[in-house]
Design a protein around this ligand. Sequence first.
Ligand code: ADP
Ligand code: MG
Length: 591
Amino acid sequence: MSIIKLLPDSVANQIAAGEVVQRPSSVVKELLENSVDSGAKTIRLVIKDAGKTLIHVIDDGIGMNKTDLKKCFFRHTTSKIRKSKDLYSLKTMGFRGEALSSIASVSHMSIISNKDNNNSLGYEIKLEGGQEKLFNEVVSTKGTSISVKNLFFNIPARRNFLKSDNVELKHIIDEFHRISLINHDINFIFINNNNELFNLSKSIFKERIIRVFGNSSKQKLIPINEETEIAKIKGFVFKPEYSRKTRSAQFFFVNKRFIKNSHLNHAVKTAYEGLIQDNLYPSYFLKINVPLNSIDVNIHPNKTEIKFDNDQSIYAILKSSIKHSLGQFNIAPTIDFDNNINLNTPYSYRNKEASIPKVDYNEAFNPFNNLTKPVDLKTKDFEISNVDDLVRTDQFKNELEILKTNIFPSFQLNSKYIITKTSTGILIINQKRAHQRILYENFLKELSNKINPIQTLLFPIKLDFNVEEIRMLKLLEAPLVHLGFKFNAFGPDNIEISGTHPFLNQNNVNGLFQDFLRNKDYNRDNTVHTLNDLIAKLLSKYSSISSNENINVKLQESLVNDLFACKDPNVSPFGKLIFKLISLEEIIKIF
Ligand code: ADP
Ligand code: MG
């Protein structure tokens, strides 16, 4: 006698439910995803007692006709996939056709659906433990309304296993965040025990984040934007100082689907390295779009895990784009700049006899002569290119205030600061940092120019390195050549330089190259972004005026002008404050 039997459907469904439905939040996730897939414009989520008593999702999407309603709660019924090939080009959230059958098998479920816009009659089906109990014609608007009551009524062990309402509600809110954030073009309403927790109207991504995480998040956001062939990354990260003790604000959305990925999370973490304490987590909201056929979403029943074909590349792109944005918004001293090169003799020089420097230093060299023409503050158009971008707009407000007013005659304090007044107070500018910012933006611009000026050296400079050092510096050769550097020799154990960028003080050539070696990061992450950013930063460091240099009034003025023509005049390329405006009110308060 054969002892192998096919499991009855009800048992099979309960087993499947164990995978799909772990707690009320799993039901919320599946129902919300179905509503998103239905093309709804508005989705309402109503729950009672953290979903233990009731989970009700109402949408105005495509709806189901009579036949579909009769079928939708059977196992492996789905309208979203027809052939196995479809699995590789999935655009929808669902595709396994397991959710409704699993949920139905462990609850009292009622589905009302109407597919016809012009007809106020739809159908209702009621199920208990997956068994059809009632099928009716009912009055309803277009869309679908699914209510799930008494979850796990037939599996007491599971019901007892549920945590307190607070904990279960927290899980539901997490799911709600994940779905409502990425589907910001849909209105969402979320009501718990008659309390409206969220009422989110259709908006852009940034606004949705602010609505979900509160108004205060507005000033915390830094935009991320990167487009490569492999992936498009768009979204926001929080400034490092707003990092959290929990991972509750970490979101990757791959092709509009929330995913968890420890590898990518690691990429973000390393981008923040040195900027946040080890026990804190960076917050991020990142949309990653990759070609549909380059991922496998089918590796986990909950579909929050995902495999990329180009894992390593996406890691590198993600890390460098975040680093770049943190740098651009100048919160990130990625490099240790306090390391004074004059005190650290590079080891390759340690055993050498002191010799007279062969470098010709042009004392008349004026670092400002070649700067971009001073801007006419009254006529310069300070329009912000991306009005949509609230963060930048905010940042620019201060500067605009200042710039709208005239810049008055200035003077130098302690050969270090430039002091001037504006119509609203006194402006104190750190001259060295200001100059670094001007140069940094200038170098970045030149890195994308076609041709750049070259300064030929009277005597070539020869620097000794070991093979490994040469290998690293080689990565920088092309962009440096682009910036006017001329190399007579590059390796195997020395470099001979016969031309540099005109702004670079030639006494600093060695310091610059030693600093390149100290910042080994680009060895691992040698994307164009990272290389250009590093070169522009270090060149600005070694080309700028010092914080102990007398500059005449004319130069002071052009420094101030050029600073406020910069994209980000607030902080130096190394994240240090450039100027401080002491307002009239503050001065009045003193007296
Ligand atoms: P899947 O989402 O994987 O297809 P489900 O069990 O979640 O499987 O749903 C089964 C089918 O029921 C869906 O493919 C869809 O055709 C239909 N369906 C479920 N929810 C809705 C809804 N809110 N609006 C319209 N159709 C729905
Ligand atoms: Mg589904």
